[in-house]
Design a protein around this ligand. Structure first.
Ligand SMILES: Cc1cc2nc3c(=O)[nH]c(=O)nc-3n(C[C@H](O)[C@H](O)[C@H](O)COP(=O)(O)OP(=O)(O)OC[C@H]3O[C@@H](n4cnc5c(N)ncnc54)[C@H](O)[C@@H]3O)c2cc1C
Length: 480
C-alpha cells in the first residue's frame, strides 16, 4: 500500500467506508488484478469489485479528490499491460457488470461492459443474429475491454473491428460525471463524435459501463478451405493473390511454419494433413448460391497455389481447424517462457518483402519468431520468443522487437492493429506518430482527465521493459 495511504484516514480507508465489501484490500485480490495478459505486475492498493454503476461514480469522485490512480479492468486479457495498474492506486473491476439483452427486432445488443464477448455472440446467435468481432480471447475478454482496445479478430477482413459495431456508449468521464455518446440508432450526427474517441482509448479517457452494438444477420452458408504452403513467404504471396482476386473471403488466417511445430494433439488432423507446413485458413460466407459460385474460384486458387489443400466438409470439421487456430497463441509456450507478442499491420504490397525480412531477422537474432494472424487485413502476430532467465536472450529479444518495429514502419505498416500501445509498445509510439500528433493526443487526455488519474503512466511515457520481470502465473488462456 502506498505510504500516503496507510491508516484509517487515507483515501483507501475512506473508499472502504463508503462502498463496504465491494472494496477489497486482500493480498490475493490485489495480486490477481496487478497484471494482465502481459504479466507485467504492479500491486494496486485496493480493488473495487463493481456491482452498481454508482460504485464507479463514488470511486472516481474520491480518486479525483485525492489524486489516486484508477485502472479499469475487464477480463484482464490485454497483452500490452494496458490493464496493469502501473501507478498502483485502485483497480475498478467491471467483470460483474455483465448483463446482456438482445433486441431481435432492431438487431441490436444492449450489454454491460463486463459481458464476455463469446456470451454476447452466443446470445445473439440464439436469436438468429451475429456479432462479428471475434478476438481469439473471446471466451475471456469483455466487451468493455474490446471497446477500449478497439479489438479485432479473424472476421476483420470482411466484417471490420469493434468500432464498426458500436452505436452507443454510456459511462463516466475520468472526473466522475456520467455521459452518453451516441444513441441506439443506426444514424447519429449530433455534436462531436466522442463515442469514437473513447473507442480504442485504452481506458485512459473514460469508464465504459453500457454499450449498444449493432448485429448482422447470421450468414446462411459458409465454406472453409485450409491450404498448405512450402514456406511462410509462399503463403504470403498466395494470400496476396487471393485477396487481389476479389473473392471477398470473410476470413483469411495464417499459421506460420514455426507455429505449426507447437500445435498439440488438439490440432492433430490439421498437422497430419499439412505435414507441419504453413497454412492459410480461408472462409467464404453469405447466401448459398453466392458462396457456391465463389467456391469454384477458391478451389482453383488453392489448386494452383498450395502444395495441398482440404475443404472442410462439415461445420464440426471446420470448427476443429478454427479451434486449432485460436489455440496457436497459447501453444507457443513450447518455445519457452518468454514471449514478446506483436500485432503489426502491413500493406498487402509488402507481405512477401516482410516474409523475407523475417527469415533474415530470425537467423540474425537466433531467436524463434513464430508468426500467425489475420493476413486478410494485414494484421500479423509476430512473437519474439526468448529465455527470461538469460540476460543476453532478454537483450536480444528487445533489440529484435525494436528492429522489427522500425522495419514495419518503413514498409508503410503500423506498430499495432488491435492490441494497442499500453506499456509494451509505448517506446515505439514515436516511430509512428510525430511530436505534434502526440501533443494533440495529450491535450485531449488533459482536457478529459485534468488530474491525470485514469490509467496513468501508459502510452505516452516510454516504458523500459528490461527493468521489469514478468510474474510467473498461469492464465486460463495459456496453453489453450
Ligand atoms: C490468447 C489471447 C488472444 C488474443 N487475441 C486477440 C485478437 O484476436 N484480437 C484482439 O484484438 N485482441 C486479442 N487479444 C488481446 C485482448 O484480448 C484484447 O485486447 C481485449 O480487447 C481485452 O479485453 P479485456 O476485457 O480482457 O480487457 P482488459 O485486459 O481488462 O483491459 C484492456 C484495456 O481496456 C481497458 N478497459 C477494460 N474495460 C474497460 C471499460 N469498461 N471501460 C474503459 N476501459 C476499459 C483497460 O483499462 C485496459 O486499458 C488476445 C489476448 C489473448 C490473451
Amino acid at each position: 500500500m502506498r505510504k500516503a495511504d496507510r491508516g484509517r484516514s487515507g483515501p483507501t480507508a475512506m473508499l472502504k467506508r463508503q462502498l463496504g465489501s465491494v472494496v477489497s484490500t486482500s493480498k490475493i485480490e490485489r495480486f490477481r488484478t496487478s497484471f494482465d495478459g502481459s504479466k507485467l505486475s504492479f500491486l494496486p492498493d485496493a480493488v473495487v469489485n463493481v456491482r452498481e454503476t454508482s460504485d464507479i461514480a463514488a470511486t472516481l469522485a474520491l480518486a479525483n479528490e485525492f489524486r489516486v490512480p484508477v485502472t479499469v479492468r475487464g477480463g484482464g486479457t490485454s497483452l500490452t499491460g494496458s490493464a496493469s495498474p502501473r501507478r498502483n492506486g485502485w483497480v475498478l473491476d467491471l467483470s460483474r457488470l455483465n448483463r446482456i439483452r438482445i433486441d431481435a427486432e432492431s438487431g441490436m445488443a444492449f450489454v454491460e461492459a463486463g459481458a464476455v464477448v463469446a456470451k454476447i455472440q452466443a446470445a445473439a446467435k440464439r436469436k438468429g443474429w451475429f456479432y462479428p468481432p471475434d478476438p481469439a480471447s473471446k471466451d475471456y475478454c469483455t466487451i468493455g475491454g474490446t471497446v477500449a482496445c478497439n479489438a479485432g479478430g479473424m472476421h476483420g477482413l470482411s466484417y471490420g473491428v469493434t468500432r464498426d459495431y458500436v452505436l452507443a456508449l454510456e459511462g463516466y468521464l475520468p472526473t466522475g460525471e456520467r455521459v452518453r455518446w451516441g444513441r441506439p440508432l443506426f444514424k447519429y450526427s449530433a455534436g462531436f463524435n466522442l463515442r469514437d474517441l473513447w473507442i480504442g482509448s485504452e481506458g485512459m479517457l473514460g469508464v465504459v459501463t453500457n454499450i449498444v452494438v449493432r448485429l448482422v444477420p447470421l450468414p446462411p452458408a459458409r465454406l472453409m478451405i485450409v491450404a498448405a504452403f512450402s514456406s511462410d513467404t509462399d503463403a504470403f504471396r498466395a494470400a496476396r493473390k487471393l485477396l487481389a482476386a476479389r473473392l471477398s473471403p470473410s476470413v483469411c488466417e495464417f499459421i506460420g511454419r514455426n507455429c505449426m511445430r507447437c500445435l498439440d494433439r488438439a490440432a492433430h488432423n490439421m498437422l497430419v494433413f499439412s505435414h507441419y507446413r504453413p497454412l492459410l485458413l480461408v472462409e467464404l460466407s453469405g447466401e448459398r448460391p453466392d458462396v457456391n459460385a465463389r467456391a469454384l474460384l477458391l478451389r482453383l486458387w488453392a489448386s494452383s497455389n498450395a502444395i495441398t489443400w482440404e475443404e472442410a466438409g462439415t461445420d464440426s470439421r471446420a470448427e476443429e481447424f478454427w479451434a486449432a487456430r485460436r489455440g496457436v497463441s497459447g501453444s507457443l509456450s513450447v518455445f519457452g517462457k518468454g514471449k514478446l507478442n506483436q500485432d503489426i499491420v502491413l500493406p498487402r504490397a509488402n507481405y512477401a518483402a516482410f516474409g523475407r525480412y523475417l527469415e533474415c531477422l530470425e537467423a540474425e537474432s537466433g531467436l524463434p519468431l513464430p508468426v500467425f494472424g489475420h493476413l486478410g487485413d494485414g494484421n500479423l502476430h509476430v512473437n519474439v520468443m526468448y529465455d527470461p532467465d538469460k540476460p543476453q536472450s532478454c537483450r536480444m529479444a528487445e533489440k529484435t522487437v525494436g528492429q522489427l518495429m522500425k522495419k514495419v514502419v518503413s514498409l508503410g505498416g503500423a506498430i499495432s492493429g488491435e492490441h494497442g500501445i499500453g506499456l509494451t509498445k509505448s517506446q515505439f509510439l514515436r516511430l509512428e506518430h510525430s511530436e505534434p500528433e502526440i501533443a494533440a493526443m495529450r491535450a485531449v487526455k488533459r482536457a478529459l482527465d485534468p488530474k491525470g488519474i485514469l490509467n496513468p503512466g501508459k502510452m505516452f511515457e516510454p516504458f523500459d521493459l528490461s527493468k521489469h520481470r514478468r510474474v510467473v502465473a498461469s492464465m486460463p488462456w495459456d496453453g489453450a
